[in-house]
Design a protein around this ligand. Structure first.
Ligand code: TYM
Length: 338
């Protein structure tokens, strides 16, 4: 059977990059087949263990976990079609992580670009934060998430592709070590909007951790906030709209956001937008983003007034996830001699 697995860190309400790079894909996969005639199951995890790599106040972590769950439901994650759960509610993730860590060379982790970027001082962060062990081993936990459910497909944004390749390498290495085909290799599913860029600096990706709020649109932004952020996004003076992320990063980012929301390829969007000036382009992009975000924002707010409902959905998902994970872990434990 085919199985989709993906995860998201509980950073409160998601930003537009999370939505276009992955969440929307999860919603669509609830009704779309991966291959004609073949059904699949889908597991979506709010990865609160991963969130511990950036230490934060416990109250805030708990609140942001609930907000993320509410936002995912508001985006259209349907508990009848997806198993939605908090990672920490399923102990087998950490158990499998340990088993995998014990056969993962540190060199593989040292090569991860996300880790390497944490080692570097930046103008905004001249003294990089303390390098915690969990930050290095974070991709092993991600591999455990995926492999525990025998996932065949993992819908993610661009920045997680290297971590997914590591998960494939770990799976193959495990099978070879124990001379059994315990794990299968998961495949990434990417969208055209796999890398939504910052609205301040279109050469960097849109990120929740960017200190500048102007750089991102969140699914909680008001229509006015969305309008103001897009209005101030950098463009260029090269004339008519075209799609060329290298030469025209600002304009191309707006085109690809628009194209994603319209469900067309960026080049197809250019056919429609080609004759517009920058102000007109921004107007259309704003309308498209507002039309997508407003209903999600309102539904998230409604769900946050009903935390018992969100909690009940998560608990039900956790029962299902624990059962699947326990079965899988029992086989793994048997295989490695525990
Ligand atoms: P996280 O929480 O940083 O992001 C969640 C998803 O959003 C995608 N994303 C983007 N896509 C396009 N443009 C952007 N600017 C952008 N920013 C974020 C991410 O690629 C991701 O798909 N380690 C993961 C969570 C995780 C996971 C997993 C994912 C844990 N275990 C197992 C898949 C499978 C993370 O931190 O994603």
């Amino acid at each position: 059977a085919m199985r989709v697995f993906s995860g998201i860190q509980p950073t409160g309400v998601p930003q537009l990059g999370n939505y276009l790079g992955s969440i929307r894909n999860w919603v669509q996969l609830q009704t779309r087949e991966l291959e004609p005639g073949r059904r699949h199951e889908q597991y979506i995890s709010v990865v609160n263990l991963h969130a511990l790599t950036v230490p934060r106040d416990p109250q805030r972590l708990r609140r942001e976990t609930g907000e993320m769950a509410a936002a995912l439901l508001a985006c259209g994650i349907d508990p009848r079609r997806s198993v939605l759960f908090r990672q920490a509610a399923v102990p087998a993730h950490t158990q499998l992580m340990w088993a995998l860590a014990c056969l993962t060379p540190v060199g593989w982790l040292n090569r991860m670009t996300q880790w390497k970027s944490k080692l570097q001082a930046t103008p905004e962060d001249p003294a990089p934060p303390a390098l915690l062990t969990g930050l290095l081993t974070y991709p092993v936990l991600m591999a455990a998430d995926i492999l525990l459910y025998q996932a065949t497909h993992v819908p993610v944004g661009d920045d997680q592709v290297q971590h997914l390749e590591l998960a494939r390498d770990i799976a193959a290495h495990f099978n070879k070590t124990y001379k059994r085909r315990v794990f299968r290799a998961p495949t990434a599913i990417l969208t055209a909007s796999r890398r939504v860029m910052s609205l301040r600096d279109p050469t960097r990706k849109m990120s929740k951790s960017d200190p500048v709020e102007q750089s991102r649109i969140t699914l909680a932004d008001s229509d006015d906030q969305i309008r103001a952020k897009i209005q101030r996004a950098p463009t260029d003076s090269l004339g008519a709209v075209s799609f060329d992320p290298v030469a025209r990063p600002g304009v191309s980012n707006l085109v690809s956001i628009y194209a994603a929301l319209r469900d067309v390829a960026p080049h197809a969007a250019v056919a429609e937008l080609g004759t517009l000036n920058n102000a007109q382009l921004k107007g259309l992009v704003t309308d498209a983003v507002v039309a997508a975000v407003a209903p999600i924002r309102d539904e998230t707010r409604r769900l946050l007034r009903d935390p018992e409902h969100v909690e009940a959905v998560l608990r039900a998902g956790e029962d299902t996830a624990r059962a699947a994970a326990a079965e899988s872990w029992a086989q793994i434990a048997e295989c490695i001699g525990l």
